[in-house]
Design a protein around this ligand. Structure first.
Ligand code: BTN
Length: 246
């Protein structure tokens, strides 16, 4: 089954990722199944944060994928292809350059328009299933200042049709998924080219200390490769490195 061939639309759920996990545990989910909710009461963000979706305004969905023979150490490839698909769909509505802030936030300048939360089920050295949670701000306007968030509406000045965004997003996911299966190196190249702050010096927090570093690429495990002042290049995971908040 193709991504988006089966869309389960629900009015209110705790979290679409949680509903997707329940379906998977009951063996009731096929590859490509989409869970779409109008409202989430406990939307999950990265690092245990809460994710808010404007009711009737934004998109909150989870896509179940069953990747063929994906090794655990290759799973960042999945994250890259999803980030590219979400970025492609945001770019379809926004004139300014849309970029991917490592590992997978979707930004215009410093403003976040979409977030991705991927939860994988690992069996031995393989990824058996992945739940791809996507929150995309479509028509919301009111964001807490410290979130530095935005929406398609705020960026384009238009009232954007959520159904049109969903259709474009699902098409982009199908396209990028096929690319990833057939040409994973192409996904690597496109992800690197879309990296936010690539080749630009930025304040980052490394082991709790703010340092000026220059992101260059990611390595095969998804760690960010950065240049230190003085030229040394090293790779760090999210356990040690993140962009400094502004
Ligand atoms: C982030 O913090 O940037 C990730 C946000 C992911 C939010 C989406 S909304 C749909 C899906 N269900 C959830 O509970 N979370 C993800």
């Amino acid at each position: 089954m193709n991504i988006g061939e089966n869309v389960i639309e629900l009015d209110v759920v705790e979290s679409t990722n949680k509903t997707a996990a329940e379906l998977l545990s009951l063996s009731k989910a096929m590859h490509g199944t989409v869970i779409l909710a109008n409202m989430q009461t406990q939307g999950r963000g990265q690092r245990g944060r809460v994710w808010h979706t404007g009711v009737g305004l934004d998109l909150a969905l989870s896509v179940i994928v069953l990747p063929p023979a994906l090794r655990v150490e290759e799973q960042f490839g999945l994250s890259k292809m999803v980030a590219l698909a979400v970025r492609d769909s945001v770019q379809a509505f926004v004139r300014q350059d849309v970029r991917i802030k490592w590992p997978n936030d979707i930004l215009v300048e410093r403003r976040k328009l979409a977030g991705i939360l991927i939860e994988c089920e690992l069996v031995a050295d393989r990824v058996r299933s992945a739940i791809i949670g996507i929150g995309l701000n479509v028509n919301s306007c009111d964001f807490e200042a410290q979130l530095v968030a935005s929406s398609l509406h705020l960026e384009s000045g238009l009232n954007v049709d959520r159904k049109a965004v969903l259709d474009i997003l699902l098409e982009a996911l199908r396209t990028r998924y096929s690319q990833w299966i057939g040409d994973p190196n192409g996904v690597d190249v496109d992800y690197t080219a879309a990296l936010w702050s690539k080749d630009r010096w930025a304040d980052m927090v490394l082991d709790g200390v703010v340092e000026n570093l220059r992101p260059i690429d990611v390595d095969r495990w998804g760690r960010l490769l950065v240049e230190h002042l003085g030229g040394r290049v090293a790779a760090y995971g999210l356990d040690r490195l993140r962009f400094a908040p502004r």
